[in-house]
Design a protein around this ligand. Structure first.
Ligand SMILES: [Zn+2]
Length: 77
């Protein structure tokens, strides 16, 4: 079976690069999957979750997953 990620919002097919992120705490808890704003000081659900989780637990160590889509076109000669 081929799985597809569940997109959190519709994506413009002409957008060049998009990225999704998820934070996994080393204790095993996971943030929601969020669209990476790819700009400083723009909030997203994954990093907001991590800030709240750190405030609540003091857990510092985590993994940050990313999934990125670029655009391409196949040619065969
Ligand atoms: Zn934790």
């Amino acid at each position: 079976m081929i799985a597809d990620i569940a997109l959190t919002e519709p994506i413009d097919p002409d957008e060049r690069v998009i990225r999704f992120i998820q934070v996994t705490c080393r204790c095993g808890e996971k943030s929601p999957v969020a669209r990476d704003p790819m700009q400083d000081k723009v909030p997203n659900d994954a990093d907001d979750w991590h800030a709240a989780h750190f405030d609540a637990t003091g857990h510092r160590d985590y993994h940050r997953w990313t999934l990125e889509r670029g655009a391409g076109r196949m040619y065969r000669f």
